[in-house]
Write a protein that binds this ligand. Sequence first.
Ligand code: KG4
Ligand code: ZN
Length: 345
Amino acid sequence: MSNEDTLILAFESSCDETSVAVIKNGQEILSNIVATQIKSHQRFGGVVPEVASRHHIEQITSCIDDSLEQAGVDYTDLSAVAVTYGPGLVGALLVGVTAAKTVAFAHGLPLIPVNHMAGHIYAARYVQPIEFPALALLVSGGHTELVLMNEPGKFEIIGETRDDAAGEAYDKIGRVMGINYPAGKEVDRLAHIGTDTFKFPRAMDKTDDFDFSFSGLKSAFINTVHHADQIGETLSRENLACSFQQAVVDVLADKTKKALQKYPVKQLILAGGVAANKGLRDRLDQEIQEFPNVTFIKAPLPLCGDNAAMIGAEAYVEYQRKNFVGAKLNADPSLEFDWAKGTSA
Ligand code: KG4
Ligand code: ZN
């Protein structure tokens, strides 16, 4: 490790993963410890905030120790500490924020606040450097948005879901199919062996904006399954999954293309938990052919879900901008990017 290297200890605890990472120069993962709580939440069919907070408290110190040990570094080697301070579950966020503040204070290190969604986008940094302007399709369990980035550290929403997030819709229809939370991966797998026979609605596909809506699709799906139950008919799980996924992918791809037509960006970034979706990755691989000047970067599969490595990558940008906070940093559960001006298609 040379003296010029910047080593950031990054924390992520916004939902149901406790994660601590050591990141070198914003681009090299020395360690990325992720302690998942999924098993504890599965029996409830979703994340229970109080249970999440308790798990974070139990896990956080061993995650710090493991992360430093795996990276082969000590607190004295660190340049800064970074933490997700929103959006997310307030009790869960507070555990990471408190831990990060404590380490920063105890070791006299600058503290960098990171927006969780900006972190998701920066998972793409582990594929290649981000060039501006860039557009990100950010799809997770809590968010579905198109984000324009004209310069480092600047994130502007040009469109977002008006109701459910894409991942949330996957989890809700998965529940109706008897699939454990989080259902996205299993629905994706089933979708690849089925056919789009149900032709579910593609909401807002033709509207003059970059917004999405998934609650109508979710209701159509649930009504179809309930109706079949009532008349004693068994529907193909594979075809249901495929029809649902096709509708989601169609609207995500169509609105992303519309945005690429309006904004001449250098890169398109796909990030967030739902970015792991094979159907969506393949579809955007095809669609991007129409835009030869745009490079398509998919967040690496292991970094699509919540993790601290992505937080450390974004924190490096903030480190260079000297965006430091003091001990007053608080969790902001509804932290949002600003909207860009003139966002109609
Ligand atoms: O980003 P993330 O880990 O947590 C949030 O910040 O929300 O995203 C989790 C979401 C869950 O809704 C999960 O079902 C979904 O990502 N997901 C997927 C896939 N893998 C995870 N959705 C569709 N296809 C997948 N392969
Ligand atoms: Zn997330």
